[in-house]
Design a protein around this ligand. Sequence first.
Ligand code: SF4
Ligand code: SF4
Length: 56
Amino acid sequence: MAYKISDACINCGACESECPAEAISEENGARWIDPGKCVSCGVCVSACPVEAIAEA
Ligand code: SF4
Ligand code: SF4
């Protein structure tokens, strides 16, 4: 089960810095999680200041 970033994302980059799998990248002014790389560790969820990340 991969995690997903919602429209609430303010593109701060905190999740990308914390992700151990390098699954998060920037696309069209927001961050995006590659489901093929995400190992569902949940680290990005607590890194996000606006609670934009949840299990998909
Ligand atoms: S759940 Fe873990 S592996 Fe998946 S995007 Fe978040 S930090 Fe990266
Ligand atoms: S930490 Fe949250 S607000 Fe910041 S880029 Fe990631 S998903 Fe967007």
